[in-house]
Write a protein that binds this ligand. Structure first.
Ligand code: ADP
Ligand code: 5GP
Length: 235
Protein backbone atom coordinates (compact mmCIF):
# COMPACT_ATOMS: atom_id res chain seq x y z
CA UNK A 1 0.00 0.00 0.00
CA UNK A 2 1.28 3.42 -0.88
CA UNK A 3 1.54 6.08 1.80
CA UNK A 4 -0.47 9.15 0.85
CA UNK A 5 1.10 12.41 2.06
CA UNK A 6 -1.12 15.48 2.06
CA UNK A 7 0.60 18.86 2.12
CA UNK A 8 -1.46 22.02 2.62
CA UNK A 9 -0.50 25.62 3.25
CA UNK A 10 -1.81 29.11 2.79
CA UNK A 11 -0.69 30.25 -0.66
CA UNK A 12 2.73 31.92 -0.52
CA UNK A 13 3.95 29.97 2.54
CA UNK A 14 6.60 28.25 0.42
CA UNK A 15 4.89 24.91 -0.09
CA UNK A 16 5.84 24.48 -3.76
CA UNK A 17 9.43 25.44 -2.96
CA UNK A 18 9.60 22.91 -0.10
CA UNK A 19 7.91 20.17 -2.13
CA UNK A 20 10.41 20.73 -4.96
CA UNK A 21 13.28 20.39 -2.48
CA UNK A 22 11.68 17.24 -1.05
CA UNK A 23 11.53 15.57 -4.45
CA UNK A 24 15.26 16.21 -4.93
CA UNK A 25 16.00 14.34 -1.70
CA UNK A 26 13.45 11.50 -1.54
CA UNK A 27 12.81 8.71 -4.04
CA UNK A 28 9.84 6.42 -4.62
CA UNK A 29 7.53 9.36 -4.26
CA UNK A 30 5.10 10.50 -6.97
CA UNK A 31 3.55 13.94 -7.19
CA UNK A 32 -0.16 14.03 -7.91
CA UNK A 33 -0.64 16.59 -10.66
CA UNK A 34 -3.97 18.25 -9.95
CA UNK A 35 -6.55 19.43 -12.43
CA UNK A 36 -7.56 23.07 -12.20
CA UNK A 37 -9.68 25.63 -14.00
CA UNK A 38 -7.38 28.52 -13.03
CA UNK A 39 -5.13 29.92 -15.77
CA UNK A 40 -1.39 29.03 -15.77
CA UNK A 41 0.87 31.39 -13.78
CA UNK A 42 4.37 32.46 -14.77
CA UNK A 43 6.27 29.59 -16.34
CA UNK A 44 3.74 26.88 -15.42
CA UNK A 45 3.23 24.22 -18.05
CA UNK A 46 0.20 22.04 -18.71
CA UNK A 47 0.85 18.54 -17.35
CA UNK A 48 3.74 19.66 -15.13
CA UNK A 49 2.43 21.76 -12.23
CA UNK A 50 -1.24 21.20 -13.16
CA UNK A 51 -3.52 20.00 -15.92
CA UNK A 52 -5.27 23.21 -16.95
CA UNK A 53 -8.83 22.54 -18.08
CA UNK A 54 -12.07 24.45 -18.70
CA UNK A 55 -14.96 24.48 -16.22
CA UNK A 56 -16.91 22.27 -18.65
CA UNK A 57 -14.10 19.69 -18.78
CA UNK A 58 -13.73 19.76 -14.99
CA UNK A 59 -17.47 19.32 -14.44
CA UNK A 60 -17.49 16.38 -16.89
CA UNK A 61 -14.75 14.74 -14.78
CA UNK A 62 -16.83 15.28 -11.62
CA UNK A 63 -19.85 13.73 -13.33
CA UNK A 64 -17.83 10.63 -14.28
CA UNK A 65 -16.41 10.27 -10.73
CA UNK A 66 -12.80 10.72 -11.78
CA UNK A 67 -11.78 12.67 -8.68
CA UNK A 68 -10.55 11.34 -5.34
CA UNK A 69 -11.38 14.84 -4.07
CA UNK A 70 -12.16 18.21 -5.55
CA UNK A 71 -12.91 21.68 -4.24
CA UNK A 72 -13.58 25.24 -5.28
CA UNK A 73 -10.74 27.36 -3.93
CA UNK A 74 -10.55 31.14 -3.30
CA UNK A 75 -14.28 31.66 -3.75
CA UNK A 76 -16.55 33.63 -1.45
CA UNK A 77 -20.12 34.94 -1.50
CA UNK A 78 -19.20 37.38 -4.29
CA UNK A 79 -16.58 35.64 -6.42
CA UNK A 80 -16.71 32.05 -7.68
CA UNK A 81 -13.47 30.23 -6.95
CA UNK A 82 -11.55 28.03 -9.32
CA UNK A 83 -11.93 24.27 -9.31
CA UNK A 84 -9.02 22.11 -8.19
CA UNK A 85 -9.10 18.31 -8.02
CA UNK A 86 -7.03 15.16 -7.53
CA UNK A 87 -7.62 12.46 -10.14
CA UNK A 88 -8.11 8.96 -8.71
CA UNK A 89 -5.81 7.53 -11.36
CA UNK A 90 -2.71 9.07 -9.74
CA UNK A 91 -3.14 6.92 -6.63
CA UNK A 92 -3.67 3.78 -8.71
CA UNK A 93 -0.59 4.56 -10.81
CA UNK A 94 1.60 5.22 -7.75
CA UNK A 95 0.44 1.96 -6.22
CA UNK A 96 1.20 0.07 -9.42
CA UNK A 97 4.74 1.51 -9.37
CA UNK A 98 5.19 0.73 -5.67
CA UNK A 99 5.63 4.44 -4.92
CA UNK A 100 4.13 6.74 -2.30
CA UNK A 101 2.04 9.69 -3.43
CA UNK A 102 2.17 13.33 -2.40
CA UNK A 103 -0.91 15.53 -2.74
CA UNK A 104 -0.51 19.31 -2.67
CA UNK A 105 -4.09 20.25 -1.88
CA UNK A 106 -6.12 22.75 0.14
CA UNK A 107 -7.83 22.29 3.51
CA UNK A 108 -11.16 21.21 1.98
CA UNK A 109 -9.46 18.57 -0.18
CA UNK A 110 -7.37 17.37 2.76
CA UNK A 111 -10.42 16.59 4.87
CA UNK A 112 -12.06 14.75 1.94
CA UNK A 113 -8.94 12.59 1.51
CA UNK A 114 -8.57 11.96 5.26
CA UNK A 115 -12.20 10.77 5.35
CA UNK A 116 -11.51 8.31 2.52
CA UNK A 117 -7.95 7.34 3.49
CA UNK A 118 -7.61 7.66 7.29
CA UNK A 119 -3.96 6.53 7.19
CA UNK A 120 -2.97 9.44 4.97
CA UNK A 121 -0.24 11.57 6.58
CA UNK A 122 -1.20 15.24 6.61
CA UNK A 123 1.25 18.11 6.91
CA UNK A 124 0.31 21.79 7.29
CA UNK A 125 2.93 24.35 6.35
CA UNK A 126 2.73 27.76 7.99
CA UNK A 127 4.57 31.00 7.20
CA UNK A 128 6.46 32.53 10.18
CA UNK A 129 3.78 35.28 10.37
CA UNK A 130 1.34 37.30 8.25
CA UNK A 131 3.87 39.98 7.36
CA UNK A 132 6.32 37.46 5.91
CA UNK A 133 3.51 35.73 4.00
CA UNK A 134 2.52 39.05 2.42
CA UNK A 135 6.15 39.76 1.57
CA UNK A 136 6.58 36.35 -0.07
CA UNK A 137 3.39 36.75 -2.11
CA UNK A 138 4.49 40.18 -3.36
CA UNK A 139 8.06 39.12 -4.11
CA UNK A 140 6.90 36.04 -6.00
CA UNK A 141 5.49 38.69 -8.34
CA UNK A 142 2.93 36.43 -9.95
CA UNK A 143 -0.39 37.72 -8.64
CA UNK A 144 -2.34 40.96 -9.02
CA UNK A 145 -2.98 43.16 -5.98
CA UNK A 146 -6.57 41.92 -5.78
CA UNK A 147 -5.50 38.27 -5.90
CA UNK A 148 -2.87 38.89 -3.17
CA UNK A 149 -5.56 40.44 -0.96
CA UNK A 150 -7.86 37.48 -1.53
CA UNK A 151 -5.03 35.01 -0.81
CA UNK A 152 -4.24 36.76 2.49
CA UNK A 153 -7.89 36.69 3.44
CA UNK A 154 -8.14 32.99 2.56
CA UNK A 155 -4.91 32.35 4.51
CA UNK A 156 -6.48 33.72 7.69
CA UNK A 157 -9.40 31.30 7.35
CA UNK A 158 -7.25 28.31 6.28
CA UNK A 159 -4.81 28.68 9.17
CA UNK A 160 -7.68 28.13 11.62
CA UNK A 161 -7.76 24.53 10.35
CA UNK A 162 -4.21 23.68 11.35
CA UNK A 163 -5.36 21.33 14.12
CA UNK A 164 -6.89 18.90 11.57
CA UNK A 165 -3.37 17.99 10.43
CA UNK A 166 -0.94 15.41 11.81
CA UNK A 167 2.17 17.60 11.43
CA UNK A 168 2.83 21.35 11.49
CA UNK A 169 5.85 22.77 9.74
CA UNK A 170 6.73 26.45 10.16
CA UNK A 171 8.64 27.51 7.04
CA UNK A 172 11.09 29.99 8.44
CA UNK A 173 14.54 28.96 7.15
CA UNK A 174 14.16 27.18 3.84
CA UNK A 175 16.94 24.61 4.23
CA UNK A 176 15.88 23.62 7.73
CA UNK A 177 12.19 23.36 6.75
CA UNK A 178 13.06 21.20 3.72
CA UNK A 179 15.01 18.85 6.01
CA UNK A 180 12.10 18.69 8.44
CA UNK A 181 9.71 17.81 5.63
CA UNK A 182 12.09 15.09 4.46
CA UNK A 183 12.38 13.72 8.01
CA UNK A 184 8.58 13.55 8.40
CA UNK A 185 8.23 11.69 5.10
CA UNK A 186 11.05 9.24 5.84
CA UNK A 187 10.05 8.71 9.49
CA UNK A 188 6.57 7.71 8.34
CA UNK A 189 8.13 5.07 6.10
CA UNK A 190 9.99 3.37 8.93
CA UNK A 191 8.47 -0.02 9.67
CA UNK A 192 6.34 -0.17 12.80
CA UNK A 193 7.99 -3.49 13.70
CA UNK A 194 9.45 -2.21 16.95
CA UNK A 195 12.95 -3.00 15.67
CA UNK A 196 15.55 -0.59 17.06
CA UNK A 197 16.07 2.27 14.55
CA UNK A 198 19.60 3.22 13.48
CA UNK A 199 21.10 6.44 14.88
CA UNK A 200 20.16 8.41 11.77
CA UNK A 201 16.62 6.99 11.82
CA UNK A 202 16.19 7.81 15.50
CA UNK A 203 17.26 11.41 14.82
CA UNK A 204 14.75 11.58 11.96
CA UNK A 205 11.96 10.27 14.18
CA UNK A 206 12.82 12.88 16.83
CA UNK A 207 12.68 15.72 14.27
CA UNK A 208 9.36 14.41 12.94
CA UNK A 209 7.95 14.07 16.46
CA UNK A 210 8.80 17.70 17.20
CA UNK A 211 6.59 18.69 14.26
CA UNK A 212 3.61 16.61 15.47
CA UNK A 213 0.51 18.69 16.12
CA UNK A 214 0.59 18.10 19.88
CA UNK A 215 4.17 19.42 20.08
CA UNK A 216 3.52 22.38 17.77
CA UNK A 217 0.43 23.98 19.30
CA UNK A 218 2.39 26.60 21.27
CA UNK A 219 4.49 27.58 18.26
CA UNK A 220 1.32 28.13 16.22
CA UNK A 221 -0.37 30.60 18.60
CA UNK A 222 1.72 33.71 17.77
CA UNK A 223 1.41 32.91 14.05
CA UNK A 224 -2.39 32.73 14.34
CA UNK A 225 -2.39 35.96 16.34
CA UNK A 226 -0.45 37.77 13.58
CA UNK A 227 -3.36 37.09 11.19
CA UNK A 228 -5.90 38.82 13.37
CA UNK A 229 -6.41 42.60 13.46
CA UNK A 230 -4.80 44.10 16.56
CA UNK A 231 -7.16 44.60 19.45
CA UNK A 232 -6.45 48.17 20.55
CA UNK A 233 -6.02 48.31 24.33
CA UNK A 234 -8.48 50.47 26.21
CA UNK A 235 -11.12 50.64 23.45
P1 ADP B 1 3.34 28.38 -2.20
O1 ADP B 1 3.60 27.18 -3.06
O2 ADP B 1 3.07 28.02 -0.78
O3 ADP B 1 2.25 29.26 -2.76
P2 ADP B 1 5.98 29.33 -3.06
O4 ADP B 1 6.77 28.08 -2.92
O5 ADP B 1 5.60 29.80 -4.42
O6 ADP B 1 4.66 29.27 -2.13
O7 ADP B 1 6.79 30.45 -2.26
C1 ADP B 1 6.35 31.81 -2.23
C2 ADP B 1 7.58 32.73 -2.33
O8 ADP B 1 8.31 32.64 -1.09
C3 ADP B 1 8.54 32.31 -3.43
O9 ADP B 1 9.04 33.47 -4.04
C4 ADP B 1 9.63 31.53 -2.69
O10 ADP B 1 10.88 31.62 -3.35
C5 ADP B 1 9.67 32.23 -1.34
N1 ADP B 1 10.05 31.34 -0.21
C6 ADP B 1 9.71 30.06 0.00
N2 ADP B 1 10.20 29.59 1.17
C7 ADP B 1 10.89 30.62 1.71
C8 ADP B 1 11.65 30.77 2.94
N3 ADP B 1 11.80 29.79 3.83
N4 ADP B 1 12.21 31.97 3.17
C9 ADP B 1 12.07 32.99 2.30
N5 ADP B 1 11.37 32.92 1.13
C10 ADP B 1 10.78 31.76 0.84
P1 5GP C 1 -2.32 27.72 -6.49
O1 5GP C 1 -3.37 28.40 -7.34
O2 5GP C 1 -1.55 28.71 -5.64
O3 5GP C 1 -1.44 26.79 -7.26
O4 5GP C 1 -3.10 26.77 -5.47
C1 5GP C 1 -4.14 27.28 -4.73
C2 5GP C 1 -4.58 26.27 -3.69
O5 5GP C 1 -5.21 25.14 -4.31
C3 5GP C 1 -3.43 25.69 -2.88
O6 5GP C 1 -3.84 25.70 -1.51
C4 5GP C 1 -3.30 24.28 -3.38
O7 5GP C 1 -2.83 23.40 -2.38
C5 5GP C 1 -4.73 23.96 -3.71
N1 5GP C 1 -4.83 22.83 -4.63
C6 5GP C 1 -4.01 22.49 -5.65
N2 5GP C 1 -4.41 21.36 -6.23
C7 5GP C 1 -5.52 20.96 -5.55
C8 5GP C 1 -6.38 19.82 -5.65
O8 5GP C 1 -6.23 18.95 -6.50
N3 5GP C 1 -7.41 19.76 -4.77
C9 5GP C 1 -7.63 20.70 -3.82
N4 5GP C 1 -8.65 20.51 -3.00
N5 5GP C 1 -6.83 21.76 -3.69
C10 5GP C 1 -5.79 21.90 -4.53
Amino acid sequence: MSIVYIVSAPSGSGKSTLVNELFKMVGHLDFSISYTTRPPRGSEQNGKEYFFVSREEFEAMIATDQFLEHAEVFGDERVRGEYYGTARRFLLEAEARGNDLLLDIDVQGASQVKAKIPDAVSIFILPPDREKLEWRLRHRGEDSEEVIRRRLDTARREIENYSKYDYILVNNLLEQSADELKDIVLAERLPRSGAKPSGEEAQRVATAQACRLEQARERVQPILASFHPQVVKGT
